[in-house]
Design a protein. Structure first.
Length: 289
């Protein structure tokens, strides 16, 4: 992170002119790095934005909401144009438009430190995001927070203490629907569509035995012997060649089906058009009350 106030103007202009640096916000710049993955590039820029606000603001404030989620390493969907801060008193008249301030009283138990910055606790961050974001995005953050150790009961207590009624109903739904067994944003989004469609709630990380092998399915309904698997790109790129991963996955599915399980596969494009695979699931799972 480079601040204009700490550099000679000529040096700053030279770095911008040759394209080595890019502007993050007024007076703050970072070295330009090309990242192939669009989501990761977006996340890195958002984190740089948070870091810039932390460097430029001398008053002690606490990062909150999606800014806190980023600092905790939680997945945040969509572009983030503002940095969120929690503080007890209003800011001045010259506050920057890219900073959103929330005037709340935070007990010490709801404040921690990440990367040298004060930030709301994992539980408080979950609740703040669940009340402020659409349910789909809030559930992604909630699942991820619980997966890395957020305490569900503490989240419930914090939510009960939220004074404003805005977003509380949605946050209660998110907290009730959240599941620490979900291991990726894609799995959460698939489960969100299942719940939104009124289908029975699936079990996460379901243990399945097939031909002397033990597998863990992303989502499943053991009483119906139905599994839902989310196929993210990372599944086939993380270890070795993609062709080997695809072959291993094919053998896995063959064993599961031979053992009497129905496997429904969902990939990222299917989340944008969920009706076909939801209809198939509804047919397999049978009539609902």
């Amino acid at each position: 992170m480079h601040l204009a106030r700490e550099l000679p103007r000529a040096e700053l202009a030279a770095h911008l002119r040759d394209g080595r640096w890019e502007k993050i916000r007024h007076g703050a710049y970072v070295e330009k790095i090309e990242i192939p993955d669009a989501y990761e590039q977006q996340r890195q820029r958002a984190l740089a934005h948070v870091a810039a606000v932390g460097r430029q603001n001398v008053r002690e404030r606490v990062f909150s909401h999606v800014s806190a989620a980023l600092l905790h390493g939680l997945p945040v969907m969509g572009p983030v144009s503002q940095v969120h801060l929690a503080q007890t008193s209003p800011g001045g008249a010259r506050d920057a438009s890219d900073v959103r301030r929330h005037f709340v009283e935070l007990p010490d138990s709801q404040v921690t430190s990440r990367h040298g910055l004060l930030v709301t606790s994992l539980e408080r961050t979950l609740v703040d995001c669940a009340t402020a974001l659409p349910r789909r995005q809030g559930l992604v953050i909630a699942d991820a927070a619980l997966h890395v150790g957020a305490d569900h009961d503490e989240c419930s207590r914090i939510l009960e203490g939220v004074r404003s009624a805005r977003g509380v109903v949605a946050a209660r739904w998110v907290l009730a629907a959240s599941d620490p067994g979900t291991e990726s944003a894609g799995e959460t989004l698939a489960r969100f569509e299942v719940l939104l469609a009124g289908l029975p709630r699936p079990v996460t990380q379901l243990r399945v035995e097939a031909e002397s092998h033990v597998y863990w399915a992303d989502l499943g309904w053991p009483e119906h012997r139905v599994l839902l698997e989310y196929d993210g790109k990372a599944k086939y790129e993380a270890n070795g060649r993609a062709s080997a991963a695809v072959l291993a996955e094919k053998r896995r599915q063959d064993r599961l089906e031979a053992a009497g399980w129905t496997v429904v596969r969902v990939a990222s494009p299917d989340l944008r058009r969920p009706t076909p695979w939801l209809a198939r699931l509804a047919t397999i799972l049978g009539p609902r009350p």
